[in-house]
Design a protein around this ligand. Structure first.
Ligand code: TEU
Length: 559
């Protein structure tokens, strides 16, 4: 297995709007991140992934960019950014930027030109089509609900927007547009940024037929994804991004890829392919999806979660590389989703952390995960800010007849705003996030769950994460060991080994509130075992035969 710094790294995702507000306007900012660098350094993370900080009208909180070379006014200035980059580098850490180039904002000057006339030189920077019988060019649904096409009367054509109508898709078929993107990337690389997380990067290449998608469950719109997920030219575009922008820079790259399989990911991340280091796959995040997508919030089974994660572990072994994540700014809080955010919040948050960080791949921590922050349950839809949540409420309650109660309970489980409430720094007003009025309310559990409290408690989730990160630095096996699943049919325990040279790791995680006993393969008992980390204290020699306590995890080093 080839060694690489980005395999050994731990990445921490900052969602700047909700991280720390330095100036009292209620919105997190770059100077706020600067104030918390000591905290991140103490945790031990190597790379900070910044969700978008570019100029944006914030229809989708910065994922709609109107100027790729300017900092969002609410977040600060380019001088603030330069200071942040310098301070991060001085601490031996790196910054990964969010690259959102499947679409821009409709307020980007390119789009303003593009929509102005059919013969404008920038017309083909975006995807324009004439209507079909006075309606949209095809039946595709936008990921944020409604049609994926918006009519523009100025030129009597429709433009494609896979996300909101304020996020028109860029036309990657146009070589001039591609050159613009490479020059933006080069501009940031020359500033010294250390990598890119590439937003929905497997959506770039659209099948040029723009055919109708299949309609499921008597829906109004069709599913266009077969025509834009991993489209015909996607590998060519990624290789070109490398040749024209990334080559010669020792940076980290990860592509966000809904709908990707391990076979495709192998092509995206294979070491001789010149595409990406790793991808964010979504199969484990899609557990519980039903007829109404994520809002169905169906039950999930541990055997399914294990099957998916093991398939990815073995599928990319040796050549590709995995990213490891439980949550991000689009997903519910993991302790509420796969753990227990009540009685066993601390135990289950630690168990989930160990379960993920001991897998093979580069781990990503989403801000607040290291504190065991939980989902939030605002009473009224008026307290929500996320465009996907608001549009879905509108559609399901107003057009599909869902009761408000049913929708609010789906929102409490699945809304993206679960991840976007401000970081709880201490038990002062607004959890210490802002001296003003926060742009979205703070989770009311901040007096109990906050960074100051966690920092002062050696048994906290924070210190557990710190130890996991430390173990990664001390043991090659944590980074490079080969994964093997144990007990595949067990609905309570996620158990696996990692193997590297003569050593093994044994990881045992109980996902349930009840005790769980287990029988391990005989050969494991032949090793001498030391416990590396666990979330219940019991120190004894060798692999314990005692049942696992509720949400207990144990990691043994076998030699
Ligand atoms: O997300 C892409 C994506 O497909 C997700 O939107 C996901 O399907 C959805 O959030 C599930 O609820 C990326 C960004 O991470 C997200 O924040 C942006 O809204 C989106 O792209 C558009 O840029």
């Amino acid at each position: 297995m080839d060694k690489a710094w980005w395999k050994e790294a731990v990445v921490y995702q900052v969602y700047p709007r909700s991280f720390m507000d330095s100036d009292g306007d209620g919105i997190g900012d770059i100077n706020g991140i600067l104030m918390k660098l000591d905290y991140l350094q103490e945790l031990g993370v190597n790379v900070i992934w910044l969700s978008p900080v570019y100029q944006s009208p914030n229809d989708d909180n910065g994922y709609d960019i109107s100027d790729y070379k300017a900092i969002m006014t609410e977040f600060g200035t380019m001088a603030d950014f330069d200071r942040l980059l310098k301070a991060v580098h001085e601490r031996g850490m790196k910054i990964m930027m969010d690259l959102v180039v499947n679409h821009s904002s409709d307020e980007h000057p390119w789009f303003e030109e593009s929509r102005s006339s059919k013969d404008n030189p920038k017309r083909d920077y975006y995807i324009w089509k004439p209507g079909r019988n006075g309606k949209e060019p095809n039946n595709w649904e936008s990921i944020f609900k409604g049609s994926a096409w918006e009519y523009d009367e100025r030129t009597d054509e429709y433009y494609l927007h896979l996300f909101s109508r304020k996020q028109p898709d860029l036309n990657w078929e146009n070589p001039k547009l591609r050159e613009e993107i490479y020059s933006i990337m080069t501009w940031w690389l020359n500033k010294g940024v250390d990598g890119f997380r590439m937003d929905v990067i497997n959506f770039l290449s659209k099948d040029q037929s723009y055919s109708d998608g299949a309609i499921q469950h008597e829906k109004q719109y069709g599913d266009g994804s077969p025509f834009f997920l991993n489209g015909p030219r996607i590998h060519e575009f990624l290789q070109e991004i490398n040749q024209r922008a990334l080559s010669g820079h020792d940076v980290i790259t990860v592509g966000e890829m809904p709908g990707v399989t391990p076979e495709e990911a192998q092509l995206f991340t294979g070491k001789d392919r010149g595409e990406l280091h790793m991808v964010f796959q979504f199969e484990h995040m899609d557990l519980g999806k039903g007829p109404e997508g994520k809002w169905s919030n169906d039950k999930w089974k541990l055997t399914e979660l294990k099957r998916i994660l093991s398939k990815w572990q073995t599928g990319l072994e040796g050549d590709g590389w995995n990213s490891l994540y439980w949550n991000n700014h689009d997903q519910p809080r993991v302790v509420s989703r796969f753990g227990n955010d009540g009685k066993y919040r601390i135990e289950s948050a630690k168990m989930l952390a160990a379960c993920l960080h001991m897998l093979q791949g580069t781990p990503y921590i989403y801000q607040g995960e290291e504190l065991g922050m939980t989902n939030v349950a605002f009473e009224s839809i008026d307290e929500y800010r996320d465009i996907e949540t608001l549009n879905s409420y509108d559609e399901l309650v107003h057009s599909h007849g869902w009761s408000k109660e049913r929708m609010m309970s789906a929102i409490h489980a699945r809304s993206r705003d679960n991840a976007r409430t401000p970081i709880q720094w201490n038990d002062s007003r607004n959890g210490g996030f802002t001296k003003g009025t926060p742009w979205i309310k703070v989770n009311p559990n901040f007096p109990e769950i906050n960074a100051e409290k966690a920092y002062n408690d050696p048994n906290s989730i924070f210190h557990f994460y710190k130890k996991l990160i430390q173990l990664r630095k001390e043991h090659d096996i944590v980074v490079y060991g080969r994964f093997e699943l144990l007990l595949p049919d067990d609905e309570r325990i996620f158990a696996y080994t990692r193997s590297f040279e003569e050593e093994k790791l044994l990881v045992l995680c109980n996902f349930k509130e009840e005790q769980a006993s287990y029988t391990l393969p005989e050969e494991l008992h032949a090793y001498s075992a030391t416990k590396l980390i666990g979330n219940y204290d019991q120190e004894e020699e060798g692999i314990s035969s005692k049942p696992l306590q509720p949400y207990e995890c144990r990691v043994y080093h076998l030699k």
